[in-house]
Design a protein around this ligand. Structure first.
Ligand code: HEM
Ligand SMILES: *[C@@H]1O[C@H](CO)[C@@H](O)[C@H](O)[C@H]1NC(C)=O
Ligand SMILES: *[C@@H]1O[C@H](CO)[C@@H](O)[C@H](O)[C@H]1NC(C)=O
Ligand SMILES: *[C@@H]1O[C@H](CO)[C@@H](O)[C@H](O)[C@H]1NC(C)=O
Length: 527
């Protein structure tokens, strides 16, 4: 049927003229407003070019430096060429009007990390729907209070019993590896399941048997959120929240995040009940500096979050607890899995260092199967090896900040002072810092001896910061080092690792956490 239109009458005609005029005014206003915003951004950017220096050769008029420094290994390695002309810092354009200050020299990194500048909104934004305003993403007084409330969760008395969980879970992985000896195995996936298993047990005593059972709904949701995150970072249009929210992936993301939140909330509610009941029934069997343990159960992060109180006796709200548990889960499993997977590759690639690690383990452990808490400080060579692995493949390779006050950066060698204006977005490139040619001889050569006491003392403290430094450093750094040591120890003791001509050379993939493009392949052999 042909649609029928009413004859225009005067009223609707005037209404139309009115609406159109409004639209024109709105369009004019918007273009002026955005024009002004863009002009201001552009002039800020130009100013930063003068203060920090800019590489015009590699800059595209529209994509800025993003076209030359692609989001893959090629782009990452190209960054290294900046040291020669710009040893301290550089203005890095991320589009036609906006630029960020990139720092990668111990002097400039020191200035940024000790300035107390809060996180910017460029990096962790995508993960926020899941982890909310947890320790990683919050700022100001909220961050300060929660950091203080959470610090006891990483006390050595809490971490100590975790070493048994690390041993057990690593051996589950080792058993899986034993079944595929002789073949080229993609290890990153297996390691990822192992660290997720560990985090689920340490954060909320959840036992999903996830290294074998891979269709647990919660587990699938954690993995899917990671995949969605990865896809989003590849889709420039999805950088805008509203566009992402309307897209199929954005809608899916909401559903998956709800599954995750429901699961965590359920566990929180259950645990609260158990704790309340235990207090009434006096079932608590011991106290650890104010924290109750019930029937000898190992305290997990959730127990501690539920019992934390500040001086006013105020604890965390349920949403705050959920955000922190989810933050630990996210930040605690992808990072360590990247660290371990790349370390396995380095072990396979450098058999002479592998042998040294194995010899040390034999000496320290003797016939014991489990690596115990007291063994950890004795594993000096393994520690040096892990540090060198984290130098070349830092899981967190970049950190974002936005300046709330002007920042003075002093170059020690020349005494030159530069003042970076308020509002500037700063990106600390841990990846570049760890390969800075002024501080590392032959930076791409793998050599654990860089981390002897004498050699460490020769470098500035901020030349090596895989766990960041300053007040916002990684709260889980001891947890992570212990987990990495125990996991690698179990693999090295049980298996010989090697690569051969058939194993593809793994490529770094810069995402929120440093990943591997198409996996890390090595071969294993039973000992
Ligand atoms: C090899 C493993 C790990 C590496 C390389 C690593 C590295 C880092 C880095 C560089 C930061 C600073 C991020 C920034 O400023 O934007 C950070 C923060 C953080 N990490 Fe880790 N991390 C690791 C493991 C863990 C683990 C196992 C946990 C928890 C159990 C954890 C929890 C956190 C939290 C909560 C923060 C935020 C701290 C704050 O802002 O106060 N990390 N980590
Ligand atoms: C990195 O990405 C660029 C452009 O997308 C491509 O030309 C280049 O071959 C890629 N490099 C690697 C190592 O995949
Ligand atoms: C997009 O969705 C998230 C929740 O998933 C919400 O917090 C945010 O406000 C939404 N943004 C826009 C612009 O619609
Ligand atoms: C820094 O980043 C934020 C959002 O990510 C942006 O709104 C702001 O304009 C940026 N600042 C400058 C000076 O470019």
């Amino acid at each position: 049927m042909i649609p029928q239109f009413n004859k225009p009458n005067f009223f609707s005609l005037y209404l139309w003229i009115f609406i159109e005029t409004c639209l024109v005014i709105l369009a004019l206003y918007l273009s002026m407003h955005y024009g002004m915003v863009l002009r201001r951004l552009h002039s800020n950017a130009k100013h930063l070019d003068e203060v920090a220096g800019v590489d015009k050769r590699t800059k595209h008029w529209f994509y800025g430096h993003m076209k030359h420094y692609t989001n893959n290994e090629t782009g990452l390695l190209r960054l290294i060429q900046r040291f020669k002309t710009f040893p301290l810092m550089i203005s890095h354009w991320i589009g036609p009007v906006m630029t960020i200050l990139q720092v990668y020299h111990p002097d400039s990194v020191h200035a940024v990390l000790t300035s107390g500048a809060p996180k910017n909104d460029l990096g962790y934004r995508f993960i926020r729907p899941w982890i909310g305003d947890g320790l990683l993403t919050s700022k100001g007084s909220k961050w300060f209070r929660n950091r203080r409330l959470l610090t006891p969760a990483f006390h050595y008395k809490v971490l100590k019993p975790y070493s048994e969980i690390f041993n057990k879970n690593s051996l589950v992985m080792v058993d899986k590896f034993k079944k595929v000896c002789g073949q080229s195995v993609e290890v990153h996936t297996h390691v990822g399941l192992m660290t997720l298993d560990t985090m689920l047990q340490c954060a909320m005593s959840t036992n999903t048997n996830c290294q074998h059972v891979t269709d647990h709904p919660y587990l699938m949701a954690v993995k899917e959120v990671g995949d969605l995150l990865m896809e989003r970072s590849r889709q420039p249009f999805h950088f805008f929240d509203w566009m992402y929210n309307l897209s199929a992936n954005g809608i899916r993301n909401k559903v998956v995040v709800k599954v995750l939140h429901d699961h965590t909330e359920k566990i929180i509610a259950e645990r609260k009940e158990v704790l309340a009941k235990a207090v009434n029934d006096e079932e608590k069997d011991s106290e650890m500096e104010g924290f109750q343990t019930i029937k000898g159960k190992v305290l997990d992060f959730l127990d501690i979050l539920l019992q934390s109180k500040d001086e006013d006796g105020k604890g965390l709200t349920d949403i705050e607890i959920r955000d922190e548990v989810d933050t630990f889960l996210f930040e605690g499993h992808d990072t360590t899995s990247s660290g371990i997977a790349w370390a396995l590759y380095h072990l396979a690639k450098y058999p002479e260092f592998q042998t040294k690690c194995r010899d040390e383990l034999t000496e320290v452990l003797g016939d014991r199967k489990y690596v115990e808490w007291n063994d950890l400080p004795k594993l000096e060579y393994l520690t040096k090896f892990i540090k060198e692995s984290l130098r070349l493949k830092p899981p967190v390779y970049i950190m974002g900040r936005q300046l709330e006050e002007p920042l003075k950066i002093t170059e020690k060698s020349s005494g030159r002072v530069s003042t970076i204006p308020v509002g500037t977005n700063v990106s600390t490139s841990i990846f570049m810092l760890h390969r800075h040619e002024n501080f590392w001889d032959n930076p791409t050569v793998f050599d654990p001896e860089r981390f002897t006491k004498e050699n460490i003392a020769k470098r500035p403290a901020f030349a090596y910061v895989p766990f960041s430094a300053g007040s916002r450093n990684c709260i889980g750094q001891n947890f992570a080092m212990n987990e990495m040591k125990i996991c690698l120890a179990q693999v090295i003791r049980n298996l010989r690792l090697y690569i051969d001509g058939d194993s593809p050379v793994p490529k770094m993939l810069p995402r929120i956490i440093l990943q591997s493009e198409s996996g890390i392949f090595i071969r294993l052999e039973k000992i």
